[in-house]
Design a protein around this ligand. Structure first.
Ligand SMILES: Cc1cc2nc3c(=O)[nH]c(=O)nc-3n(C[C@H](O)[C@H](O)[C@H](O)COP(=O)(O)O)c2cc1C
Length: 189
């Protein structure tokens, strides 16, 4: 079960934009992050939610998509995320957030996939622009943006080839291929 869910939990970047994700669903996904591990149990993460088209339109231009796909500027209108969860670090609780936001992000994305949704972690964020657009108070560090929606693309895992290239690619049919290193390569002893 868990292997199947993790295998299906790929980074999706094209969505059925018209598919609505209610605020209640986003709250349920954040609740999975709330229950996840946190260094020293400080729980310094906070979350900003967006699931309406006006707020989504403020977030989208702050994000960079699929750096290896040089001729793809990101999802076109109609294929953009239906919702976002922005993971923030509350500097009044901690000055460093370790890997808490990675753990939270994975919990949220696995929960989304389990519901038939999908998403992508976006670390390449124009943070100043996003802070201004959403009026995020300075006490919160913008750590990661999770784009969410009903996936409109097929993503398949490949083995890394003999040349060692880990860059993902998209074929002529729009299928997105993601090379993963072998188990033997990553277990060093
Ligand atoms: C911390 C982190 C930051 C990421 N930032 C971006 C990003 O800014 N833009 C993007 O399109 N994908 C981003 N990704 C998604 C990765 O490109 C993706 O995980 C990788 O290509 C492997 O694909 P997979 O998630 O389907 O295994 C990020 C992933 C992680 C873990």
């Amino acid at each position: 079960m868990i292997r199947d869910l993790i295998t299906r939990n790929r980074s999706y970047r094209r969505f059925h934009q018209e598919f609505e994700i209610r605020d209640e669903i986003l709250r349920e996904l954040v609740d999975l992050a709330r229950l996840s591990a946190s260094a020293a149990n400080l729980q310094p993460l906070k979350y900003a939610l967006s699931c309406d088209s006006q707020r989504n339109a403020l977030i989208f231009p702050c994000l960079a998509w699929a750096g290896y796909l040089k001729d793809w500027p990101g999802p076109c209108e109609g294929e953009r995320p239906s919702a976002y969860i922005i993971i923030l670090g509350d500097t009044k609780i901690s000055q460093s957030f370790g890997c808490d936001h990675g753990i939270a992000a994975q919990s949220i994305l696995l929960g989304a996939r389990d519901r038939g949704l999908g998403g992508c972690m976006i670390g390449s964020v124009r943070r100043q622009q996003l802070r201004k657009a959403l009026d995020v108070p300075s006490r919160y560090e913008i750590l990661l943006v999770l784009a969410l929606g009903k996936p409109k693309e097929t993503v398949v895992i490949e083995a890394v080839g003999p040349n060692g290239d880990i860059k993902y690619w998209r074929d002529s049919e729009g299928i997105h291929h993601v090379p993963k290193r072998s188990l033997d390569e990553i277990i060093i002893g």
